[in-house]
Unconditional design. Sequence first.
Length: 444
Amino acid sequence: MFRISALPYPFTPRSSRLLAPPVLAMMLAGASLSGGAYAAGQVYHVVPQTRIKVAIVEWIAATGEYKEWTALNGEYVVSQSGAISIPMIGEMQVGDKTVDEISGDIGVRLKQITGLAVAPTASVEVIKYPMIYVSGAVDKPSELEYRPGLTVRQAMAMAGGRERRSAQTGDYSEAQQISYAGEISRMELQLKQLGARRARLVAELNDQPAIVFPPEIKAAPQGSAVAQIATSEVDLFNARADALRQQLAAAADLETLLRNEINILDEKMSSQDEQVKIAQDELSDISKLVDTKILTTSRKTSLERIVAEMQAGKLDLVVASMQAKQKLSETERDALNLKGLRKTDAGQQLQTTETEIEDTKLKRNTTLQLLQISGASLSRSQSMKALALQPLEYWVTRKDDEADAVKVSEATELQPGDVLDVRYNISGSLDGTALTSADTAQSQ
């Protein structure tokens, strides 16, 4: 079995917090990231919001070729619960596993399900990692796409470097606040849209006659954007249900036609059997007369040819009947597949939608924090000058850490889901004239 492994960068799934310690605690704390949880050079373990690509093939010894399992191949996004849903296998837990472990689990599960003597070969590749977030004293606080080996220094460069402010207060912060407020409004609408889609997919997956929307969508005023979203989902739900009914009805009509064709062919074969029997009886009588020299052999030969043609015609009818029965079996199987494919498609879309909902919530919360940071301002102009000369500190909040943010160096490698907060080093400014963006936001 061959597998494609992710690059060796570790990450342990944890619940994130973004809590800045008080100013005095920051000045006195000399902590840094240490221990195995932050060590680099280990194999990457899959976490929620990771997008992986699965490819499954089977070696056919009889033909000496590989057969692709195209129905199972594709891209899958790890849900917040650490699971993916693969056709035939269903939901399987992949959280905190390496790609080698996942590919091995897929092969074993398929072998158990299909009863194959040799497990199919599965390869798993990480094609997109979760995001990281940069906030604080940078020019462009934002979310960044993680890549293996990404260091604090590189993340700082991607975020525009050290923040540059041309004025003590005013346009810069106000523009940022307007931008972040607009982003939050857009994300709130997007969450309602995803909620409506999730309700439709749940209804399709459970064969419900109608969609049951969440209360916040039901209560939307008539003509609002949310109400229009709900109407669109209802129209799509009805259209997909009608399409399935029409496909099943067409399959049922084809089954009826094929059964009628089979019955007619059976009747023709029965009639052909009678004709062959009559011709064979006549041939037997003529053979006796030929033996007694009463008739010539030409009459016997002609009748034998007729019997042979009638038997060949019967074989044609048998073949046509077998073909019709095969088409009938295929049509019945297709009708069952239509229902199964609809549920499989709804299940995959539901998984993707759940991931998008969690991702949008995380982005919204991060944007709220960035909104607070952008609204922070310095109270004195000399503080602005001091900030330009202040050294920076880098603090990382990692998911599920029991402690607050931990101080790191520029060379520290980040991990998916990390929140990097860039702060000013105020250890030499005990009078409080220089504050970090996070501290200023907390004081408001």
